[in-house]
Design a protein around this ligand. Structure first.
Ligand code: PMV
Length: 327
């Protein structure tokens, strides 16, 4: 049976909402072109607090409604006729790191504004968040916004069973399905190199438009499909070897980076498998630790200059934050 994720209920201002970041295990970039992706929500999150105010500001910045494309598009999409608001956003997700900071901000804000306008069901929250992020970035798939709205492990365009929801963008269509969490601990690590998701997505699009593009895309698809099956049966050894194969493909389409390769080399003795995660060209890696070597893995990555986080899947996606009861 298809799980029904709870809607974001109606709430009046002030309202606070949170959303997790995300980690792509298999299929980034290829997902933009319709191939499958496996992604999970991570337990680093962004929170927003929305209050009525004399003028609209984001973290004290009164120009943000024009200058911040995510904020501007969220306001236009879900708050077009709304009164001025003061939005505070705090996040533990490193920015421009491939860990979903922009998707988490958009989903948390859209959940809060959706609550303040009568509530919003989850497929609508996922679709709106995608349209906002896609509009702000100009390119991309609904993988990130879907992960942070749905929580847990999700397959985009893959896996068995009925879709939780579908997201469309012109002729493109992505089905979203629940995948069971195999219950593993993961380590993600930021290289410290910021990069633009949009530039990386465009560069890979050009690479895939070359004559051998269809062959490469078919290989991405094959790895992600095998990865979905391996995670489904909690087969760590197979997942680890598919992480390495996925990394080779990402290297081949040009989105690895010398710093990412250094972090992957540093991680290797304490990781069963590892690859870059997200758009690449900088950003982060994800590693599956050798059981019992989690601390060693973190130490190795930190010594190599990375910023590691031990993460677990966050089972719930975007949600309202309950106000503390009055004392
Ligand atoms: O680096 P991030 O978190 O922006 O990851 C983007 C993942 C891509 O597949 C490269 C793009 C997308 O929209 O799916």
């Amino acid at each position: 049976m298809t799980e029904a994720l709870p809607p974001i209920p109606s709430a009046s201002l002030p309202v606070s909402a949170r959303a997790p970041g995300k980690c792509i295990v298999f299929g980034e970039h290829a997902v933009v072109h319709g191939a499958p992706e496996l992604v999970f929500a991570i337990d680093l999150e962004t929170q927003v607090l929305v209050r009525a105010a004399p003028a609209t500001v984001l973290n004290g910045d009164s120009a943000a409604a024009r200058s911040n494309p995510y904020f501007a598009r969220a306001l236009a999409s879900v708050w077009a006729d709304g009164p001025p608001i003061d939005v505070r956003a705090v996040s533990r997700i490193p920015r421009a790191a491939g860990l979903g900071s922009s998707a988490a901000f958009v989903a948390a804000l859209t959940a809060a504004l959706g609550a303040a306008t009568g509530g919003i069901d989850r497929p609508t929250l996922a679709r709106r968040s995608f349209q906002i992020e896609r509009g702000a970035q100009g390119v991309g798939s609904p993988g990130d916004t879907t992960a942070v709205v749905g929580g847990g492990f999700l397959a985009i365009n893959g896996g068995p069973g009925e879709p939780l929801w579908t997201v469309e963008d012109g002729p493109r269509r992505w089905d979203v399905r629940r995948v069971e969490d195999p219950g593993w601990v993961w380590v993600v690590a930021h290289s410290g190199i910021p990069r633009s998701t949009a530039d990386a997505v465009r560069a890979v699009g050009e690479r895939l438009a070359r004559p051998d593009g269809p062959r490469l895309l078919a290989q991405f698809r094959e790895v992600a499909e095998a990865g979905l099956r391996a995670v489904g049966r909690a087969d760590r050894a197979e997942v680890a070897s598919l992480l390495a194969r996925n990394q080779e493909l990402l290297r081949e389409v040009g989105v690895s980076h010398p710093r990412l390769e250094e972090l992957l080399r540093a991680a290797a003795p304490a990781a069963e498998g590892a690859k870059l995660t997200g758009a690449g060209a900088g950003g982060s890696i994800v590693a599956l630790p050798v059981p019992g070597k989690e601390t060693e893995l973190v130490r190795r990555i930190a010594r190599a200059g990375g910023l590691p986080f031990v993460v677990r899947p966050s089972p719930t996606g975007a949600a309202l934050v309950e106000a503390a009861p009055d004392a």
